[in-house]
Design a protein around this ligand. Structure first.
Ligand code: SPV
Ligand code: MG
Length: 523
């Protein structure tokens, strides 16, 4: 059965056919060119490669005249074998060939001895003993008749052809039947009954034909379907006019074996971003005066968009679609679509850990925990996600260049020298929190407010917070994230510090917001 690309090859196999005809006519037509060697042989080879990858049944390439002399045939055979193509059919015409059904009688045939040399060259070149070389005679097509057909077929068989293809353009099978009556060699005969479709194959089989090629019926099916449906769509401008006549998109996915990719992603992409969740802590009011009279600061607009949407989009660009926000102050004004919401109604008297714990049900799997009042460039989050480590924080090594509102909050001390170029990741030793001051002299950077936790660490921290909720509620109530990080370091956890230089802002007050609005857009 004919195929002309990977998809049609796969459909041939699914329909049950035993082998594929890589038709020169169909491949060139599908490429939008004529069957006159307008597509180069390597362009045809590229199509064959897709076909061979898509189907596991054997493919017989319609190799036309072999695209040149014996030497071109040798290279063709080598390349076909490398691509797992099972065989080639060579025809005794002259390069550049013309399709047999176009002015066939005017077409010149190759000299018999020259063509026999091509067959021998092909057989001598093949490495796989199962590779098949079919010799096709166009004697009937070119108007020479039975005698020439038999003479040529015999010479080709004697020079090593594995099968003979006898082509005819009569509307009946008389050429073929007379050929079969006189064919005495033990070499199989293949036919292409395109022009005599009313002849029962059983009759030809009884006459000794062993192989039949349906040479262009996939392509012609596609053309019919396309012409019908495209016309309907053009005329009606209504997708429903073809809806019931076309396969569902899911069928396309099935043919592409999308499931296999999904399974493999699970196997080979352990840090699959699609499984990562993010939680944005945005419950507190902040020092924003009138600007936050009716909404929390995460809903303040920066370059036309609420800060919370900047977050949502930044996460989505890294493949994180499962995002939660913990609301508090003016929670009713937080209306960004597509987020999970949790509420810390005690926001005025509690700290960040209470907000994080408000999202307790969301705390599972790989997680990003983010402050709600920061904006950052994509690479900061990307580096945080891809750096090694189970607990990671994004830290700005250029912190001294920033005007900071707090003397030591979020300043980090690490075991490295904080040069992001030399020392991309090092370990956190200590971080400034509301209950711990760190020395500015020893600080190597400032935590940006992005924390990454592997699924295992998310689970452990959720359990730790459960314990505090039960036994030390005050700790949970007033603790901030740096305090949690210091606790983890003290209990022996490794927290990796992922450094960068600048390219982020925190928006602590109106001055920050104004500066951010006047600066370049993030990303
Ligand atoms: C082809 O399919 O390209 C063939 C068969 O060579 S035919 O078009 O009948 O010549
Ligand atoms: Mg052809």
């Amino acid at each position: 059965m004919e195929a002309h690309n990977g998809l049609s090859a796969k459909l041939c196999e699914e329909a049950g056919f035993e082998a594929i005809w890589g038709s020169g006519l169909s491949i060139s037509a599908a490429l939008g060119v004529r069957d006159s060697n307008e597509a180069s042989w390597t362009q045809v080879l590229d199509v064959l490669e897709f076909m061979a990858d898509a189907a596991s049944i054997p493919i017989l390439l319609d190799g036309d005249t072999g695209y040149g002399n014996f030497n071109n045939v040798r290279r063709l055979i080598k390349k076909l074998e490398q691509r797992n193509v099972a065989g080639v059919c060579l025809e005794d015409k002259l390069f550049p060939k013309t399709n047999s059904f176009i002015d066939g009688e005017k077409q010149r045939l190759a000299a018999v001895d020259e063509f026999c040399g091509k067959i021998r060259a092909a057989k001598d070149t093949q490495q796989d003993p199962d590779f098949v070389v079919v010799a096709r005679t166009e004697a009937f097509i070119a108007g020479w008749g039975l005698e020439e057909a038999l003479l040529r077929a015999t010479a080709y068989a004697e020079n090593g052809a594995d099968a003979i293809l006898v082509h005819s353009k009569r509307k009946d099978s008389n050429d073929i039947m007379s050929f079969m009556e006189n064919w005495k060699l033990d070499v199989p005969v293949v036919i292409v009954p395109t022009k005599y479709p009313t002849e029962p194959l059983a009759k030809l089989e009884a006459a000794g034909v062993t192989n039949f090629i349906f040479a262009n019926h996939s392509l012609r099916t596609v053309i019919t379907a396309l012409q019908t449906n495209l016309r309907k769509l053009y005329e009606t401008r209504d997708l429903m006019s073809v809806q019931n006549d076309i396969v569902k998109v899911d069928e396309v996915f099935r043919l592409q074996n999308v499931q296999e990719l999904k399974r493999s992603e699970q196997r080979y992409l352990p840090d699959n971003a699609a499984n990562t969740r993010a939680v944005v802590l945005m419950a507190s009011k902040g020092d924003f005066g009138d600007l936050v009279a009716d909404k929390p600061k995460a809903m303040l607009r920066l370059h036309g968009k609420p800060i919370l949407i900047w977050h949502q989009e930044a996460f989505r660009r890294q493949g994180i679609v499962n995002v939660a926000a913990v609301r508090g102050y003016r929670k009713e004004a937080v209306n960004v679509e597509g987020l999970h919401y949790f509420d810390n109604d005690d926001f005025a008297s509690t700290g960040e850990l209470s907000s994080l714990y408000a999202a307790r049900d969301f705390l599972r799997g790989d997680m990003i925990v983010a402050y709600g009042d920061i904006v950052f460039d994509d690479f900061i989050l990307q580096n945080l996600m891809t750096a090694p480590g189970a607990i990671k924080i994004a830290v700005d090594a250029a912190w001294k260049l920033r005007a900071r509102s707090d003397a030591h909050r979020d300043l980090v001390i690490t075991d490295g020298d904080a040069d992001p170029l030399r020392d991309h990741t090092c370990r956190l030793l200590e971080i400034g929190s509301s209950n711990r001051a760190v020395s500015q002299d020893k600080a190597t950077g400032e935590w940006i407010g992005l924390l990454y936790l592997s699924a295992e660490k998310t689970g452990q921290i959720a359990a730790l917070l459960d314990g505090w909720a039960n036994k030390q509620p005050e700790k949970l109530k007033h603790g901030d994230l740096p305090m949690l990080l210091n606790h983890l370091v003290a209990s022996g956890e490794t927290i990796s510090v992922v450094h960068s230089y600048g390219h982020w802002r925190d928006l602590d007050d109106q001055k920050d917001l104004l500066a951010a609005q006047n600066a370049e857009q993030p990303n």
